[in-house]
Design a protein around this ligand. Structure first.
Ligand code: SAH
Length: 193
């Protein structure tokens, strides 16, 4: 059974990239009118990349760090698959809904629209919710303490370095409309946070 979680994680990451790639290409064609990229942003993106792809990829390729392994259980792999699958479904919905307004970083594009439909009715950062589900999925699929924690830490660093700035940027651009949207939505988890 060892190996099933690794295979599932690799398939999940491939799905992630297949979903994202067309948006990256399309986004390049839309002009950026305001760019808030910063060192903190770079650190956040780097941490997420490290914890959610480099560390697990090294683990799958080499088994390092072996000392942090624990036995894989079928139930954990099933839970991990369910988390990863729902993350990918959500991830795809948020990209379709954001469309041309999507950016990998904090940027405002030409004719930027405020999106509040689809998954954006549930929470105001549904793409980050999908990252959280993915990091949790990673922790269940790969039975290693370091690798499981790395994903959650990577997500947390990106999220907490970014979310206040992103909301401030949206408030600056959309003013009371974003304030009203903030008043009726939570950040990541409906009704909770
Ligand atoms: N935080 C959102 C979007 C992540 S993509 C989520 O988790 O789903 C990051 C870019 O999306 C930011 O640069 C910002 O320009 C844009 N953005 C964030 N929220 C938005 C919204 N409600 N409507 C339109 N664009 C948004």
């Amino acid at each position: 059974m060892a190996g099933a979680g690794e295979v599932a994680w690799v398939l999940g990451i491939v799905a992630w990239y297949i979903i994202r790639y067309p948006f990256e290409r399309r986004a390049k064609r839309v002009r950026v009118v305001s760019d808030r990229r910063s060192t903190a942003e770079a650190i956040g993106l780097g941490a997420a990349l490290l914890g959610m792809s480099v560390v697990p990829a090294i683990y799958i390729a080499t088994g390092i760090p072996q000392a942090a392994d624990y036995p894989a259980h079928l139930w954990a792999i099933i839970v991990g698959c369910a988390l990863f699958f729902s993350a990918m479904w959500f991830f795809r919905r948020t990209h379709k809904e954001l469309g041309k307004n999507w950016s990998i970083s904090l940027q405002i594009r030409e004719k930027h629209e405020l999106i509040s439909g689809g998954p954006y009715t549930l929470v105001r950062h549904p793409m980050y919710t999908s990252f959280l589900l993915m990091a949790l999925g990673q922790a269940f699929l790969l039975s290693n303490w370091v690798v499981g924690l790395a994903g959650l830490i990577g997500f947390a660093v990106l999220f907490f370095l970014r979310v206040d700035k992103e909301e401030r940027m949206m408030l600056e651009i959309f003013g009371p409309r974003y304030q009203a949207y903030m008043d009726r939505t939570k950040r990541l988890i409906p009704y909770l946070y």
